[in-house]
Design a protein around this ligand. Structure first.
Ligand code: GLC
Length: 666
């Protein structure tokens, strides 16, 4: 049962697909306070608050304050309040059980027991919002209803479930060739290499640097012939440069965001002075989407959209002020005491992502000017929507890979997300795991984190343990920052260990893809906290480092350095599956309860539920190689069966009944 309560004059976010009529009367469960712009709820000590999608901290969000404010946040630390997304959906499970979705484009806080341990307060920036309250007979039921409300999740092409290699630092075609060669030579499967900003002509979207990538279309084909797709990055900001067609057309047609006087707003990102397409304006959005054609025409089949919070390194006028102030300081004795030095630091620090700058530009929606900060969280969503809608027009019958850094609910229909600029920290491996169910709740299914960690120097054991989790996530991509230690598998000693783990991904593909499709088509979660399936098991309500994957598997990765294994709680009898480095699979039935499981670095361990069957392929060097029809299986229990979804992975005829079949234990 979904009820909508509406306050003030609501901006149409298009997060929800079919808007139910607004209720008259008071909202249940929470207390609305128009003066404080807030909703409050008193939590019992045992209540759990799930949700908030991409965020720091736990699966249970209690004990911190989160801000829905899409931010270019490269420090994913516990003290952060927001990352790149605004996912305003929670489920309270305890004395009461209800879901709450705040459909609101502006900045919002969720104080989940931060100010007062037992109080949940949601505070908006103004009083123009829709709140949906969802009741159901289980947490899963509430989430399924919510997913129905927001519409079907984006479905990626099947090849995008292959292994991807990326690094901000592959600058030329030869750099890419080398990556591919090293994978193929070692027999490590590979389906995608990502092109970071250096493939562009001076960071100009939709251009290709012809010195670094001569004959780009031929190169795309050369790679495709080796079953490798190139996935270029697209940034939100458009370089200010006369003669650059994207800039010229945008200016001529008035497609960029403007300042209060109606002049194009200028801020700087990678290319220096740049403009921001008015993604909320349909004409501008269509136009931006059409630009992807330049790359589609050269054979590109997938993209990652970046810096679309939008990230602003500095606004033009602020830089001028700061430089002027620094010039004044220069004239002094250049001897900075504490106060003067702090002033200097603050000046420079105030340039990037300054909240005041987000109040300086405007969108034009149906002829009406809207200040950016009031609709801030819709920007990345609408950039990805621009691309998604364009693909529908340009290549209607084909799936295109698309994922984004910034997002808000609604964007899940157009693309996936990656979890942003994490670091090579063990804590971020665990955070990767914890974010998965929260993201799935909000409709984001095609997701994964930068394996090995993006920022900071990584270590061989961290990369290997991270792969042991990453091979289960739909997006599997090793990505790292320029200047950090290189982290392709071939940089390390135990290449055979990496090979075994990545090869296992390709054996699991029929299962992973089928589970992804089920989750997308039925509005289910691919990854669930244990408590969703065992609501009455007290232990499960606090376990945050094990997850169900589909109905069959439980995963429990090792996320601590030097650990030889870990404790695992089995809420029921399960069969432990150990995939070893020589390709063997050891099976062992374990009783319900606590177990210490040894996990050598190159082993992958997971758990199969009773009555279920895990299909396995033979594997392959790329997804195209994998035989999705002739499968083997591991089963547990008599009459074990698996409902298998299998389609061509390319076209969009998802709903055909012949895609489904029942696999049974022999
Ligand atoms: C941003 C992205 C990162 C990318 C870098 C350079 O930090 O999040 O993935 O490598 O920009 O484009």
């Amino acid at each position: 049962m979904i009820k909508r309560y509406t306050y003030g004059k609501v901006f149409k976010t298009d997060s929800v697909q079919s808007i139910p009529a607004a209720q008259i009367g008071e909202i249940p469960y929470v207390k609305a306070d128009a003066e404080k712009l807030s909703f409050t709820y008193h939590m019992e000590p045992d209540d759990i608050v799930y949700g908030l999608g991409e965020n720091v901290r736990g699966i249970n969000k209690r004990g911190w304050i989160y801000e829905s404010k899409c931010s270019d946040e490269s420090k994913h630390l516990e003290d952060r309040r927001s990352l790149y997304a605004a996912h305003n959906f929670i489920v309270v499970d305890g004395r009461d059980r209800f879901g709450l979705f705040v459909d609101y484009p502006g900045i919002l806080t969720f104080d989940v027991g931060y100010t007062d341990l037992s109080v949940l307060t949601i505070t908006a920036s103004d009083w123009n919002l829709d709140v949906y309250v969802i009741e159901g007979n289980s947490v899963i039921d509430i989430i399924r209803q919510f997913r129905g409300l927001i519409g079907r999740s984006y479905i990626a092409p099947r090849w995008a479930f292959g292994n991807g290699q990326s690094r901000w630092g592959y600058v030329t075609a030869d750099d890419v060739r080398e990556v591919v060669k090293k994978h193929r030579k070692a027999g490590v499967p590979l389906d995608m290499v990502y092109l970071d900003i250096d493939y562009m002509e001076r960071f100009k979207d939709f251009t290709v640097n012809s010195e670094r990538f001569p004959d780009f279309a031929d190169f795309v084909k050369e790679m495709k012939d080796q079953h490798v797709r190139l996935i270029p990055i697209i940034d939100a900001a458009v370089k200010e440069e006369k003669g650059y067609s994207v800039y010229d057309e945008g200016i001529t047609n008035g497609y960029f965001c403007t300042d209060k006087d109606g002049k194009p707003f200028v801020g700087a990102v990678w290319p220096g002075r740049s403009l921001f397409t008015d993604m909320l304006n349909k004409d501008a959005r269509d136009w931006f989407g059409d630009q992807y054609k330049a790359l589609l025409d050269q054979g590109i089949e997938g993209f990652w959209n970046d810096m679309n919070e939008p990230s602003i390194f500095y606004a033009d006028d602020r830089l001028a002020d700061v430089l002027e102030e620094i010039a004044k300081m220069r004239e002094g004795d250049q001897n900075l005491d504490l106060d003067a030095f702090s002033h200097f630091e603050n000046l420079v620090g105030s340039l990037s992502a300054n909240p005041e700058d987000y109040k300086k530009f405007y969108h034009t929606v149906n002829g009406e000017k809207i200040r950016h900060d009031k609709v801030h969280n819709l920007y990345g969503y609408n950039m990805t929507r621009a691309a998604g809608e364009a693909f529908e027009r340009l290549v209607p019958d084909k799936r295109v890979l698309l994922f984004s850094r910034a997002s808000c609910i609604g964007m899940h229909r157009y693309g996936g997300i990656w979890q942003g600029d994490n670091k090579s920290y063990w804590a971020h491996l665990l955070m990767n795991l914890k974010m998965l169910p929260s993201l799935n709740m909000c409709g984001f299914l095609y997701t994964g984190a930068d394996v090995g960690g993006f920022g900071s120097d990584t270590t061989e054991d961290l990369v290997m343990r991270w792969y042991a989790l990453g091979i289960f996530t739909p997006l599997l991509r090793n990505h790292s920052e320029m200047g950090t230690r290189r982290q392709e598998f071939y940089q390390f000693n135990d290449r055979e260990g990496f090979k075994a783990i990545i090869k296992l991904r390709y054996r699991l593909l029929p299962y992973l893809y089928s589970e992804y499709m089920k989750a997308a088509l039925r509005g289910d979660m691919m990854f669930r906290p244990l408590a969703f399936d065992h609501p009455n098991d007290e232990r499960c309500r606090t376990i945050e480092d094990q997850l169900y994957l589909g109905s069959e598997l439980m995963i429990a990765p090792v996320y601590e350095q030097n650990a030889q294994g870990r404790m695992v709680y089995l809420p029921e009898r399960m069969k432990m599956l150990r995939f070893t480095r020589n390709g063997d699979i050891e099976e062992k039935i374990l009783e319900k309860g606590d177990h210490y499981i040894k996990v050598p670095l190159s082993d992958v361990v997971c758990f199969l539920r009773e009555g279920h069957l895990l299909p396995l392929a033979k594997g392959g060097q790329c997804v195209d190689d994998v035989d999705f029809v002739n499968l083997s299986a591991i089963s547990f229990g008599e009459n074990a069966a698996y409902e298998y979804y299998h389609d061509d992975g390319v076209t969009k005829n998802y709903e055909e009944p012949e895609h489904w079949c029942l696999l049974q234990a022999k």
